[in-house]
Design a protein. Structure first.
Ligand code: AMP
Ligand code: ZN
Length: 114
């Protein structure tokens, strides 16, 4: 996707603070952190949002959750806990139309919606 900022980050055209990378997944620090630890996990494949994933992406999405767990263990935040958020579409306030998983941790997190 030509004008997708996360695709540009994947290609190295926009700098990012990488936390994890393999051939399918990239994790990097959010530029505007909402918590002391705020990392975005994205598939390298451009998928617009959760609703745009297909059956073929099920393993990839599962792998993203596994990687979140690995990073959480590495950062030693399993004890205190963390939150994973996926905003999908207009009402959820999704701003970047490339599927991403927010990992938030490092402090008592703001009000729970659910
Ligand atoms: P969302 O509102 O769920 O679409 O979240 C998009 C997130 O991307 C926000 O938390 C932004 O701070 C973050 N973001 C936007 N541009 C960048 C960037 N260049 N590097 C890192 N994070 C970014
Ligand atoms: Zn993209």
């Amino acid at each position: 996707m030509e004008d997708c900022i996360f695709c540009k980050i994947i290609k190295g055209e926009i700098p990012s603070e990488k936390v994890y990378e393999d051939d399918e997944i990239l994790a990097f620090k959010d530029i505007n952190p909402a918590a002391p630890i705020h990392i975005l996990f994205i598939p390298k494949k451009h998928i617009e949002s959760l609703i745009h994933m297909s059956k073929k992406d099920e393993a990839l999405i599962g792998k993203i959750y596994s990687k979140i767990n690995e990073v959480v263990e590495k950062l030693e935040i399993t004890q205190n806990g963390f939150r994973v958020i996926v905003n999908c579409g207009k009402d959820a306030g999704q701003e970047v139309m490339h599927l991403h998983f927010h990992l938030l941790a490092g402090a008592k997190l703001g009000p729970k919606l659910v």
